[in-house]
Design a protein around this ligand. Sequence first.
Ligand code: ING
Length: 307
Amino acid sequence: MTRRITLGAGQLGPISKDESRAAVVERLIALLHQAHHAGVDLLAFPELALTTFFPRWYTEDLCGHDHYYEKEMPNAATQPLFDEALRLKIGFSLGYAELTPDGHRYNTTILVERDGSIVGRYRKVHIPGHEEDEALRPFQHLERRYFEESSEGFNVHRCFDGIVGMATCNDRRWPETYREMGLQGVEVILIGYNTPIFYAPDPGQNALAGFHNQLVMQAGAYQNGTWVIGVAKGGIEEGVESLAQSSIIAPSGQVVAQAVSNGDELVSVIADLDWCANYKETLFNFARYRRPEAYQRISNQKGVMLP
Ligand code: ING
């Protein structure tokens, strides 16, 4: 029996620093309703989907940004989203800033099945940017000040009739992200992102922001035989232009659907999870064609860093 599920990317436009959680949750629920009409089974929301991208601002005292973090999930502000998703029988992933009871801070995403159960949680591994205020920058990218790197790695979850994994923003640029999940048989990878167009360390890359975004996700999908959903918070948010171009990519590496706006927009695709086998069991049959000991020999000789 063919395993078809309808995948959705719930792209968000800008969230202002004064926008309430209730107002943002209303926007998320509006995307849920569109997803319901499109027959979506699994809807991915962006990274840090409940607040503005606050790492663009420096605060001396970390607690100065505590109001941007969630201390539990769900909570009073997000419960309406969980309730409506359950009523509509739509699963979703949601990115948010997590402050744990013992004071750890993570850039977190949860995965909720259609029955309302939380079936997965991912904490961002690759934390980009910098730790201290860099006055020469037009805006900061202080994720390394506000989030810890997770040591939990990339796990996969058997749900939605398949195998689903998560990654966040900068993770998508690193091949290990896809490979770790590919080696676990992943069939759908959900990736939320907030990506400023301007890249202070090398502005020459600005014009390639969209190309690099597509390049890494298309390659990751193809080389690991998996569907990939890249879902943005885009547009000009508190004066910073961020990439939109949310897209759903097939195991062939083809972009099947892409957002046409920089605002709140649903992108959806009917995905056949069995298409993953067309690549996993042929070209990229890891068990048959990858000899780990060969990689080990290369790394010993040439100091090659292996994923
Ligand atoms: N953002 C960015 C990303 O990797 C970045 C960091 C910004 C990289 C601009 C390159 C250019 O897409 C997050 N949140 O990881």
